[in-house]
Design a protein around this ligand. Structure first.
Ligand code: PMP
Length: 359
């Protein structure tokens, strides 16, 4: 069999080996059923159990109370850019805190549906920093304030939630979901496509607080209506059964092997520190994109002296099984995505290579 490399892809991204091994065992026949996890009905008792356990595991990990509904939807995080304003923007407007490309896109998509205001944008600084509380130009009447907890492309992450007063926070947590504990009570909606930290592409987890759900419009097409999805328990149409099953296995891994989100956060911080230390000790050979206070624990973005050297870096890294390190086409440079499932050994191997390459 082909050996596994260290996959630093921004998503779809590395999954825990024991999750893949379990899925492999069940691929031909699930125990007690004799049917593959790829073949089983979304109305089966087995899938009832998968939905139930995945929700219960997520509730436990995120300490989500019963006032949050947990949905498994399709269309990726990008559909949420439209679906959330469709459901919640009536006569009010929404505020957007824009700290990177994804937040910008979320804001532009919402503007097609309703009124939006940009409460902050770091575009002029090439999205390398976060706002201070004083810089936020907030509308106290806004329906919600949208922010992106981790900007995957720029590698800019909020260490904690922005202070927006009493207006509900709506968070695109696509690339740091389940990487650290959260104070969920501060959020109205939190959404994340699975393909970075939670599973494979194909399913998007949406947590929506009940009071926001009650404000959602009733006259939308069913597939775009949060109320309909909640009413049908994420089975308004055929959900991506296999993807949800993998999210279940990943949440089990987080609970049983890792030991919860506090432990996960400590491991993630230790991994990120290894790379930022190399960047900071390189005498300017490696230049981090984000200012230190805004550095992402998930996506470490940096540049080398010139594009030729960057190309050589990528080639030599790949020769050592350190793969998918190319930065996003819109910003260039190098990006090491070190999500939950990237083992410490992979990050150590990258840090060692970076030191040697700089020398
Ligand atoms: N938001 C963020 C922060 C992302 O990183 C991504 C995917 N890279 C998206 C939204 C879009 O997700 P999807 O491709 O699932 O629509």
């Amino acid at each position: 069999m082909q050996a596994r490399v260290y996959n630093f892809s921004p998503g779809p991204a590395v999954l825990p080996l024991e999750v893949l091994e379990e899925a492999q065992r069940d691929l031909l026949a699930l125990p007690g059923l004799g049917i593959s996890a790829l073949e089983v009905s979304h109305r089966s008792k087995w899938f009832d159990g998968v939905l139930e356990e995945t929700q219960a595991n997520l509730r436990k990990l995120l300490r989500a109370r019963e006032n949050f509904h947990i949905l498994f939807l399709q269309g990726g995080s990008r559909l949420q850019f439209s679906m959330i304003p469709m459901n919640l923007l009536r006569d009010r407007s929404a505020d957007f805190i824009v700290t990177g490309s994804w937040g910008q896109m979320a804001c532009e998509e919402a503007a097609r549906i309703g009124q939006v205001r940009t409460a902050f944008s770091a575009k002029a600084e090439n999205f390398n920093r976060l706002p201070t509380t004083r810089e936020l130009d907030l509308d106290p009447q806004a329906a919600y304030v949208h922010f992106t907890s981790n900007e995957t492309i720029q590698g800019v992450q909020f260490p904690s939630e922005p202070d927006v007063g009493n207006v509900p926070l709506v968070c695109d947590a696509s690339s740091d979901f389940l990487s650290r504990p959260l104070d969920l009570e501060r959020y109205g909606i939190l959404y994340a496509c699975a393909q970075k930290n939670a599973g494979p592409a194909g399913v998007t987890v949406v947590l929506i607080r009940d009071d926001l759900l009650q404000q959602c419009r009733d006259d939308l097409p069913s597939m775009l209506s949060f109320k309909q999805h909640v009413r049908e328990g994420s089975r308004l149409n055929t959900p991506p059964v296999f993807a949800v099953y993998l999210v279940m296995l990943v949440t089990r891994w987080l609970l049983n092997t890792i030991g919860g989100l506090d432990r996960m956060q400590a491991l993630n911080q230790a991994k990120a520190r290894l790379l930022y230390e190399v960047i900071d000790a390189s005498g300017g050979f490696y230049r981090g994109h984000a200012v230190p206070e805004a550095r992402s624990v998930m996506n470490v973005t940096f540049r080398l002296p010139d594009q030729e050297t960057e190309a050589r870096f990528l080639k030599e890294a790949a020769a050592r099984q350190l793969c998918e390190l190319k930065g996003h086409r819109s910003v260039g440079g190098i990006r090491a995505s070190i999500y939950n499932a990237m083992p410490l050994a992979g990050v150590q191997a990258l840090a060692d290579f970076m030191r040697e390459f700089a020398r």
